[in-house]
Design a protein around this ligand. Sequence first.
Ligand SMILES: [Zn+2]
Length: 285
Amino acid sequence: MDTAYDKKLSSQQRLLTIPVGFRFSIICFLFSILYFLCSVTTAYSQEWQEIKSEHFIVYFISDKDFAKDVLLRSEIYYKRIASELGYQRYSEFWTWDRRVKIYIHPSRESFLKETGQPDWSEGVAKYHEKTIVSYAWSDGFLKMLLPHELAHLIFRDYVGFKGEVPLWLDEGVAQWMEPHKRKQIKVVIRRLAENQRLLSLNQMMMLDIRKRSDPDLVQTYYVQAVSLVDFLITRYNASRFNSFCRQLRDGKSIEDSLKFAYPVSIRSIKDLEEKWQKYIMEEKE
Ligand SMILES: [Zn+2]
């Protein structure tokens, strides 16, 4: 993916090379939020066709085979994401009129023109409307954007918007569900640690990354977010992670939620930080 944003990043002197996938997530996330906040209503002028499965409706204009791939992969991701997050009984959600709508424009030009997105945007998600809008760029769409945005939708469905759910957790979960990213993070996070570039957990909690434009800071934040989720799920297990999310959903603070879900090992944000730092340095690639 060669976006205007990527070009801007590569023109800067950076110590680290962050894989394209991380940059992509940042782009899609920032524009998901912007799109959501602005509540832009798009008037589609082209003729949409649709195909449906149990939990999704895919709208397309010209490439039916690609739409079929998207539908198939969406169902696979849906089950995998719910199960990896330890969400039992999640299959009851998103059926019939609550199905998620995925719009696939035939080209990048058409996507940008119809949605009014900036020229480096690859896709947008509208959380409250359970809608994803992008275009037919096969590999990137299927392997990155789709699992990332579906994970956001599933996670937000589960934890809601009322509790004290930190942004890093939301972004960490979404990136964790992008299959290629799991291998990349081990190397990148260790390099950040070795270069003493890690943010403190207090900074991670306080930072509203949507308002920041320093590319190095944004990248560090995103890499750390997914690494923290990796730690919580891999070192412990999905059911503890689920219990942690449930406490947040029910309005408990981060620290109380950690204490409840990881009573022996993580009893404070400081514990989380120390154990996570130890984990990233001892993990073998
Ligand atoms: Zn995101």
